[in-house]
Structure formats: C-alpha cells, structure tokens
Design a protein around this ligand. Structure first.
Ligand code: HEC
Length: 207
C-alpha cells in the first residue's frame, strides 16, 4: 500500500481518538442497519474519557472541600468580604471624618468655623456676598430659608446644588461642606449685612 508519510499531528490525533482507520471500518461494523445508517463499534475516544475522568476527580475534591470539610461556599465568602469591606468603609470614615448627608453635624469649634469662612469667601461670596447678604444667591443671614435651616438641609443643598442657580459643591468633599454649612448657620445667620436681599422662603428657626 502506498502510504503517505504520517505526520506527528496525525499520530497525535490518532492517539486522542483511537478511531479505526476508514479502510478497516468493515471489521468493526455492528450488525444493525437503521434505514442504511450503520453503526461502528469504535472505542470511546481517549480525549473524551480523560475529560470525564478529570471531572470525576474534581468532583471528589469538591465534595471533600465543601461538604466533608464544610468550607465556605462562594455565597458565604461573598457575604463575608462584603461585610469586611463595609467595616473598612466605616473605619475609614471614623478615622478620616468623611462626612455625608446622614452623618453631618453642626460644628461650633472656632477652628472649623474659620476654615468654613475661608471656604465661603473663596467659593460662595461671589453669589451670596462675603457678609452673606445675598446677590445672585439668597440672603443667608435672615430667618427665611428656601430649603430648610438645619445642618442636614444645608449640607444637601450645598452638596447637590439646585435647579435654580445654586451650583453643586460635591467636589469640595463632605468635610469642607460640613464646615462651610456650619459657618453659614453659626456665623452668618442672625447677623445684619450691609445690603440685605429681601427674604425668600419660609421662616425657619435655626437651633
Ligand atoms: C453661582 C452663584 C452661587 C454660588 C457660587 C453659590 N451659590 Fe448658594 N445659591 C445660589 C442660588 C441662586 C441659590 C438659590 C437656589 C434656589 O432657589 O434653588 C442658592 C442657595 C443656597 C442655599 C440655600 C438657601 C436657602 O434659602 O435655602 C445655601 C445654604 C447656599 N446657597 C450656600 C452656598 C454655599 C455654602 C456656597 C459655596 C460653597 C454657595 N452657596 C455658592 C447661588 C450660588
């Protein structure tokens, strides 16, 4: 027989499939014939049996690890990592004082208020005037407040801005917003500015 030379790849594929060559197929033909469709008695291809064996071995380790030794499943691991991450965030907030709408409190410490004044003069005075009397923005010294006069309301307005011309200041970060809001409530509210703008909003008693 004139054989064409068998390449390494051919030999490899043969090893993986163990299929009987076409010339010898008549030897492994089974007796049944389904409307002309014939069946060959080829062995299971080794690549397939190997794959099966590997899954069986993995399953043994899997069962041993999760059921017998009772190690944490992916869900338990996820919950645990989530809880750890949340705890880290809380810890960070405690240490670095990252303030948000829910944790903001009125500061009365003079250093913090002085910082608040610096932030106000730099970022807010253009619209609210340095003495808070108001120009483009409303008067911040009177008892009238459009969005409420508690520290949380001020924090929210300053952080988010409004659709009527108050820009959002979230880029300042929670700490600075807390300071500037405290400055507005403690130092500006209740003073008499040079040119007070007419009151806007509801009367709100600053505590
Ligand atoms: C570009 C002009 C502008 C700048 C800058 C600005 N504001 Fe305002 N601010 C406004 C306007 C306009 C309003 C009224 C918004 C409205 O009625 O919705 C306002 C509203 C407010 C209010 C709510 C007042 C109320 O009656 O409820 C507070 C508090 C406030 N500003 C604080 C600040 C602080 C603090 C800064 C600086 C970080 C600042 N603003 C910077 C224009 C400005």
């Amino acid at each position: 027989m004139a054989h064409k030379k068998e390449s390494a790849l051919d030999r490899f594929i043969k090893k993986l499939t163990k299929a009987t060559p076409i010339e010898q197929e008549s030897e492994i033909k089974l007796d049944h014939d389904f409307d002309g469709i014939e069946e060959l008695n080829n062995p299971l291809p080794p690549w397939w049996s190997m794959g099966f064996l590997i899954t069986v071995i993995i399953a043994i380790f899997y069962i041993a690890y999760y059921w017998v030794m009772g190690k944490d499943s992916q869900y338990v691991e996820y919950e645990r990592e989530l809880a750890a991450a949340k705890a880290q965030i809380e810890k960070y907030k405690k240490e670095h004082g990252v303030v948000d709408e829910n944790t903001v409190v009125l500061l009365t410490d003079e250093n913090a208020l002085a910082e608040g004044k610096a932030i106000f003069d730099k970022n807010c005075a253009a619209c609210h005037l340095p003495d808070g009397g108001g120009s483009i923005g409303p008067n911040l010294t009177d008892k009238n407040w459009i969005y409420g006069c508690d520290i949380k309301s001020l924090f929210k307005v300053i952080h988010d801005g409004t659709s009527k011309g108050m820009p959002p200041w979230k880029s300042l970060g929670g700490d600075k917003i807390q300071k500037v809001a405290s400055y507005v409530l403690v130092k500006l509210q209740g003073t008499t500015p040079a040119n007070p703008k007419a009151p806007e909003g509801e009367v709100c008693e600053v505590k």
